[in-house]
Design a protein around this ligand. Structure first.
Ligand code: ZN
Length: 113
């Protein structure tokens, strides 16, 4: 069975890796310190990654306010559901807001309908 992650967690780890990539690129500019244009290009790309990550974090905040809070039946913790189906942030239990999908095997595709 394929392993799924909660959507909010997935976006959050994407934003985190974007910050990391941004810093690595900016650090890489040190190796081109003899070429000012390359340094400028690397710094700009690195900065764009970090700005992009900030934007993604803002987007997560926006999504979180839209997400429905539910108590996970599996672990009893409050978690957020985005779209028709999502995964519990704590125990990866598939959750659905649509009674028609209850009991069916988890499928990310339901969110596209
Ligand atoms: Zn849970």
């Amino acid at each position: 069975m394929k392993k799924y992650n909660s959507k909010i967690n997935k976006i959050r780890s994407f934003a985190l890796s974007l910050i990391f990539i941004g810093f690595v690129i900016m650090y890489g500019a040190i190796f081109f310190k003899n070429n000012q244009i390359l340094v400028l290009i690397f710094m700009t790309i690195g900065l764009l990654c970090i700005i992009g990550s900030t934007a993604v974090y803002g987007w997560i905040g926006l999504l979180s306010t839209k997400a429905v809070q539910v108590v996970c039946p599996e672990c009893g913790k409050w978690t957020k559901v985005l779209g028709r189906v999502d995964i519990c942030m704590y125990c990866n239990e598939p959750l659905t807001l649509d009674p028609a999908l209850e009991g069916k095997e988890f499928n990310q595709e339901y969110n596209k309908n």
